[in-house]
Design a protein around this ligand. Structure first.
Ligand SMILES: [Zn+2]
Ligand SMILES: [Zn+2]
Ligand SMILES: [Zn+2]
Length: 110
């Protein structure tokens, strides 16, 4: 009986994780050549902390990521062109559902 309920709980968890992935932001922030240069790309674009190895891509809402806006640096607003770095957020700024909010305006990023 106990085994069965554990299996059910695991199954529910897998479904929850899978649907969370499906709802991930469609657009991700970028950093320009100068804002992402060297080790600067390893700092959270939200709080400025070093992200280490456990980072999340910085999501953008559909209005901040719309059209060419997603090609603007999330830090300084400059157009990044083809030479950009992926903006990242630290594990605490991206914890749980927080990674699904726009790093620019804070709106729900789906
Ligand atoms: Zn952070
Ligand atoms: Zn920049
Ligand atoms: Zn936004």
């Amino acid at each position: 009986m106990l085994k069965k309920s554990i299996a059910l709980a695991v199954a529910l968890l897998i479904i929850a994780v899978a649907s969370a992935n499906a709802a991930a932001p469609r657009y991700y922030g970028k950093l320009c050549n100068s804002c992402g240069f060297g080790q600067r790309q390893d700092y959270c674009v939200k709080c400025g902390k070093w992200v280490g190895s456990s980072s999340f891509p910085a999501g953008l809402c559909s209005s901040c990521g719309f059209g060419q806006k997603k090609d603007n640096c999330v830090k300084c607003g400059k157009w990044v062109g083809n030479n950009y770095y992926n903006a990242r957020i630290c594990s605490s700024c991206g914890f749980g559902q927080k990674k699904e909010y726009c790093v620019k305006c804070g709106k729900w990023a789906n």
